[in-house]
Structure formats: structure tokens, C-alpha cells
Design a protein around this ligand. Structure first.
Ligand SMILES: Cc1cc2nc3c(=O)[nH]c(=O)nc-3n(C[C@H](O)[C@H](O)[C@H](O)COP(=O)(O)OP(=O)(O)OC[C@H]3O[C@@H](n4cnc5c(N)ncnc54)[C@H](O)[C@@H]3O)c2cc1C
Length: 330
């Protein structure tokens, strides 16, 4: 059995109080929301904070009007009427019902990056002399790499990126709003631009987008993404007025595929346009050999998944395809 290391537990009641504790304790403290990512990580000694600052009892993190509170669990999020489709599709495919009952939107956005050589217990990692992300000097995925290439595995981030959403970060120094894509850095270790004393408190999503999220994973029942394609479009009649496309689980950060978005603007979703846009999207998917399934196959199916998203937005009935994928017969 893997046991948790010792830690102090703090249970503030307000964001200001939580921010004060974080600022006072410095880097030895970490926020905990649902704990569905952090606690397993602590058991494997990936993360060993001396102090956990819980957001569970913090007031105001469950807002549903105007903005979404970062403390909403994914299950609560799914009950909100009118949340954009891509966000609903992404949240509904995170982990299992039990984990969605505990795991929060804020925790999902701040999820640690993952890697085959990292998500192992201490003894396993010790047997390979550890890895660059934790306790070692070598990246076993790309041994010449000076940068850790662990993969971003959050499902909701690509969806929120295409929806042009913003997040609020609060600390004792004040608060700031940033676009969701600006939260991420392409570095498996230092993967967030959030400062250690900042708390993600709210998510603001502008309206007007038609959106979709398609996820590749081994098991349809539950699994981390090994590719996520999110697309949001604004239409003027049949023509696309604005387009945003993002990929998840294809690098250390979720990112916008601007070339595909620009290509789609002004066009109609014909088969030819979908094929061309899908190729542009797949071209930016450069998965590494650090997660589940064969690397080349993951790259190969990227244009299929991009096309599924675009066809769904065209209005094609994609329910059979979604079911086929859920039954892991990609
Ligand atoms: C078996 C299993 C399967 C999973 N499958 C998926 C999956 O398919 N897709 C997926 O995306 N995730 C998956 N997860 C990961 C996790 O369950 C979810 O991402 C969940 O939403 C994390 O939220 P949490 O509240 O539990 O985060 P926590 O574990 O509490 O925190 C995660 C990280 O976010 C930080 N944090 C939390 N809240 C805030 C905040 N408000 N402000 C700043 N930092 C914060 C914490 O300090 C920590 O670093 C899986 C986990 C398990 C165990």
C-alpha cells in the first residue's frame, strides 16, 4: 500500500485567508481542491508539500452565475444548464463518476503533467535512476533533451482555450485575469505561469461559439487523454466567421492551432475544407513516446479526430462514431 507522507493541513474559509497562508508558507505549501491528482502524486512522492491548503471550505468558489467558480466539481459543472458543448464534452470524459464528484475545475486546469517514466511509484523511479521531472537528470523520453517533455493531460483546458475563456488568479498582491492559454508553458516541469501563491478562483467564458471536444484514450470508460481536439466556431449563415482550434495531450501544454483557425475563417464546412483543416491540425500534433499507445498511431489518427470535431460542428450525426470510440474501436 502506498502511504501519504506527513503534512500539515490548513482549512481557510476565504480566498484572502488561503492566499495569506500560501504567501506565508512559501513553496513548501500547495493548494488542494478535490485531491484526485495531488494525493496520488504525494503517495508516489512526486509532490511532497509540507503544508496542504484546502480549498474545500473556501467561500465563493462555487459560483455559477456570470463566471464559473474554480471549486465547482466536474459533476456539478455538468449539471449547469447552458455550459458550452466542448466544456461539457471534456468534463464528462474526465476520469470516472467518483473522481468527477471530487475533482474540481480549478484542479483540472492546474493538473500536473504526466509521463510513463514519472507516473510510477518511488521504487520504480529509483530503479531507473529517476527522471528529469523528479529527482533525476535524464529525460528518458528524449535523452538529449534539456527540457522535460511530460505531457499536459487536462481535458477541460483545450475546450476552454477554444472558447476564448479567461481565468482569475488571486493572491495577497491582488488579482489578474488571463486567457486560459496563457496559463500554460511548454515545459513538463514548470508547466504553469501561475505564481505559487496565486489561487485560480474563477473562469469566464464568452458566449457565441459552437464548440466540440473529441478525446482519444485507451479505454472509453475512463482514461487520461492521449490526444484532445477542441474546436469552436462562430457562423454567419453557413460561412465561418471566427474559428479557434486547440490540441491537448500533444505537448507539455494545451495550445491553439492558429493556422487551422485562420484557414477556416470565411469558409463553409465542405468535405474538402474539413479535410484540409484536419490536415493542418494533425500537422501540429507531435506526440512524444511518453504516454499510452503507439506514438505513430496517435499521430496518424489526429486528422480523423479533427475531422470528427468539424463534422459534428457542421451538424453531421456523429453519435455512432462517438459510441464506436467509447467502445475503444477507434
Ligand atoms: C484514475 C484517474 C483518472 C483520471 N483521468 C483524468 C482524465 O481523463 N482527464 C483529466 O483531465 N484528469 C484526469 N484525472 C485527474 C483528476 O482527477 C482531474 O484532473 C481533477 O479534475 C483534478 O481536480 P482536483 O480538484 O482533484 O485537483 P487536486 O488534485 O486537488 O489538485 C491538482 C493540482 O491543481 C492545484 N490546484 C487545485 N485547485 C487549484 C486552484 N483553485 N488554484 C490553483 N491551483 C489549484 C493543486 O495544487 C494541484 O497541483 C484522473 C485522475 C485519476 C486518479
Amino acid at each position: 500500500m502506498l502511504r501519504l507522507p506527513w503534512f500539515d493541513y490548513r482549512a481557510p474559509r476565504t480566498v484572502a485567508e488561503a492566499a495569506k497562508i500560501l504567501a506565508g508558507e512559501g513553496p513548501q505549501a500547495m493548494l488542494i481542491a478535490g485531491g484526485t491528482d495531488l494525493l496520488p502524486n504525494m503517495k508516489r512522492r512526486h509532490q511532497t508539500p509540507k503544508v496542504l491548503v484546502s480549498l474545500k471550505a473556501v467561500d465563493g468558489l462555487k459560483k455559477v452565475n456570470g463566471t464559473l467558480g474554480a471549486g465547482l466539481t466536474l459533476a456539478e459543472l455538468l449539471k449547469i444548464e447552458g455550459i458550452p458543448t466542448a466544456l461539457r464534452q471534456a468534463a464528462a470524459q474526465v476520469a470516472t463518476p467518483h473522481l468527477r464528484n471530487a475533482g474540481t475545475l480549478g484542479g483540472n486546469l492546474c493538473l500536473d503533467t504526466r509521463c510513463t517514466y514519472y507516473n510510477q511509484n518511488y521504487e520504480w523511479r529509483q530503479a531507473i535512476d529517476f527522471c528529469l521531472k523528479k529527482d533525476g537528470d535524464t529525460c528518458w523520453v528524449a535523452t538529449a533533451s534539456k527540457r522535460c517533455v511530460a505531457v499536459s493531460s487536462t481535458d477541460t483546458a483545450p475546450a476552454l482555450i477554444v472558447l476564448n475563456a479567461e481565468i482569475k488568479l488571486e493572491s495577497t498582491g491582488g488579482d489578474r485575469w488571463i486567457p486560459v492559454e496563457a496559463l500554460y508553458k511548454n515545459d513538463g516541469i514548470d508547466y504553469l505561469s501561475r505564481k505559487p501563491d496565486e489561487i485560480l478562483t474563477e473562469v469566464k467564458i464568452p458566449g457565441g461559439w459552437k464548440s466540440a471536444y473529441w478525446k482519444l484514450r485507451r479505454r472509453g470508460s475512463f482514461d487520461f487523454p492521449i490526444l484532445g481536439v477542441a474546436v469552436a466556431l462562430k457562423f454567419s449563415g453557413k460561412a465561418i466567421e471566427d474559428a479557434r482550434v486547440a490540441l491537448g495531450a500533444a505537448a507539455s501544454r494545451p495550445f491553439l492551432v492558429e493556422k487551422a483557425g485562420n484557414y477556416l475563417k470565411g469558409k463553409e464546412l465542405t468535405d474538402e475544407v474539413i479535410a484540409e483543416a484536419s490536415a493542418l491540425i494533425a500537422n501540429r500534433a507531435k506526440p512524444m513516446d511518453n504516454t499510452d499507445m503507439d506514438l505513430y498511431w496517435r499521430k496518424e489518427v489526429a486528422d480523423d479526430f479533427a475531422a470528427y470535431a468539424l463534422k459534428e460542428l457542421r451538424g453531421d450525426d456523429m453519435r455512432e462514431t462517438r459510441l464506436r470510440i467509447a467502445r475503444h474501436a477507434v
